[in-house]
Design a protein around this ligand. Structure first.
Ligand code: ZN
Length: 501
């Protein structure tokens, strides 16, 4: 059975056929490194890590490109916001690139905690200014963008008229018609520079106070947000590639803008399959800064947030995310996470016990009905994954297998009840799915995460002691950790790092 995925572009499940098998090009929109990633960001990165792992499991040679947005101009909830990176850099008295590096490091740390594989290429926006300028020049030359007061805007109305005639209107992905899009766009600044309300910036003139700026044919400025993904996906994956992924919130405007830019430049729809994961809500509510319910990933791991009853290990969060199919909504609650924590422990205990057994299974005492049941449960792993990557159903099958494994362990089921071939299949497929495809870690890795949580806790206690000038306690923590081979180091931004020897 071949892989079928839901293509947001055609709004149906389609058989996945790469343009040039066995090669697959996949582009996923990465983080904006002007701050720390929150729980909502974990879902696309874990989802597409599993997509990446599954494609490789199927034998494809995947080039996975995930960018880092470290420059320019950002849009927030349909509104053109100020440049977050240079604003925050001024606040924290850092060089913009120092800030970018700090949050990039933090992001990489969180990704490794989740056991996400690094992408094949991780290009940065600041490293591709030349490519972005070239692309903008091409769009202007083709008549779909115009310069206005040192900024350059994409002419959405002209694109929509011309490309609707070719069957590719603006809004093809999100299904929004242009009038609706104008309604929902509440851009406040620089409206007078635009010909139409729906036009979006390809290049922005840098105001005097703007730190990050580059020379361009239109004066000093910085790129708009959308153009970087078009420039970098074209550079590393070609004019037409297989999969473009991201969160559902990126469909409009970001991915619509990418499609328009790339189509004008390359005369092709950039990607064949558009995959979008659904959002995470918190206790039934949308998550966002303005709702006061954003939980940063480091807070999830340390439990240091008013909404959290306890710390949650990265593997628990990963498992919680995989317990839902990626297109379904997923609601965070302490109850749900605690349920995932217990379930994962049960699964890993049964799995690890089974892996250690050398002598279970037989050839002649087999309980045929049970043996058939186990084989069917295991074979269905592939069928469920091939049906739009339904990790939830695979996990449900695993939890039908866990009590069978535990019954063999507790000797309620005879150790010869399963055929030796079935036991071998079960061991192999659980290993492939739990470790290789789902990227779940053993309890030992989980213990390492717990150790990190304990260290964070000690660091926080020491910080509090220092702030109330209780140097006896702060020195005691530092010296005793040092004796255990953990060196603490004060960072100049007030934070603290540690190294374990
Ligand atoms: Zn993007």
């Amino acid at each position: 059975m071949s892989l079928k995925v839901y293509n947001s572009l055609t709004r149906q499940k389609e058989e996945f056929q790469p343009i040039n098998p066995p090669y697959v090009g996949m582009y996923v929109c990465g983080p904006t490194v002007s701050g720390e990633s929150h729980l909502g960001h974990a879902r696309p990165f874990i989802t597409f890590d599993v997509v990446y792992r599954y494609l490789m499991h199927l034998g494809y040679k995947v080039r996975y490109v995930r960018n880092i947005t470290d420059a320019g101009h950002f849009e927030e909830e349909g509104r053109e916001a100020e440049d977050k990176i240079s604003k925050k850099a001024v606040l924290e008295k850092l060089e913009p690139m120092e800030l970018v590096q700090k949050y990039t490091n933090l992001y990489h740390w969180a990704m490794s905690q989740f056991n996400n594989l690094p992408p094949s290429i991780e290009p940065t926006a600041t490293g591709h200014i030349v490519e972005q300028i070239e692309m903008i020049k091409k769009i202007i030359a083709d008549g779909y963008a115009y310069e206005s007061n040192g900024s350059v805007y994409f002419n959405v109305e002209k694109y929509n008229i011309d490309f609707t005639a070719m069957g590719q209107p603006y809004g093809i992905l999100s299904g929004r018609v242009l009038e609706e899009q104008i309604e929902s766009t509440r851009e406040l600044d620089n409206q007078e520079e635009k010909r139409n309300k729906s036009d979006f910036a390809l290049w922005k003139k840098a105001p005097a106070e703007h730190i990050m700026r580059w020379q361009s044919p239109w004066g000093e400025g910085f790129p708009g947000w959308h153009i970087e993904c078009s420039a970098m996906s074209t550079k590393y994956l070609g004019e037409e590639f297989d999969i473009h992924g991201g969160g559902m919130d990126l469909q409009f405007p970001h991915h619509e803008c990418e499609i328009a830019q790339s189509t004008v430049c390359n005369h092709k729809m950039p990607a064949r399959f558009w995959l979008h994961n659904n959002m995470i809500t918190i206790n039934g509510k949308k998550m966002g800064k303005s709702y006061g319910n954003q939980i940063m990933l480091s807070q999830m791991f340390s439990g240091q947030h008013p909404l959290l009853e306890q710390p949650y290990a990265p593997s628990t969060i990963r498992f919680f995310i995989l317990q839902s199919q990626y297109r379904s909504t997923l609601d965070f609650s302490n109850d749900a996470l605690q349920g995932s924590e217990k379930a994962l422990r049960r699964l890993m205990e049964a799995f690890e016990w089974l892996q250690q057994q050398q002598h279970i299974g037989s050839a002649n005492e087999v309980d045929a009905a049970l043996d058939e049941k186990v084989k069917k449960l295991v074979f269905d792993f592939d069928s469920f994954m091939n049906d739009d990557l339904n990790t939830a159903k695979v996990i449900a099958n695993m939890f039908e297998l866990v009590p069978i494994i535990n019954s063999i362990k507790d000797k309620h089921i005879a150790s010869g009840a399963l055929h030796t071939d079935t036991v071998a299949l079960l061991k192999k497929q659980l290993g492939v799915y739990i470790l290789d495809i789902f990227g779940l870690q053993s309890s030992r890795a989980d213990n390492n995460n717990k150790l990190e949580g304990v260290l964070e806790l000690l660091i926080n206690i020491r910080k509090e002691a220092k702030s109330r000038k209780d140097f006896v306690t702060s020195d005691k923590i530092r010296n005793e950790l040092s004796a255990l081979g953990v060196q603490l180091k004060d960072e100049k931004d007030g934070g603290m790092s540690y190294t374990i020897q």
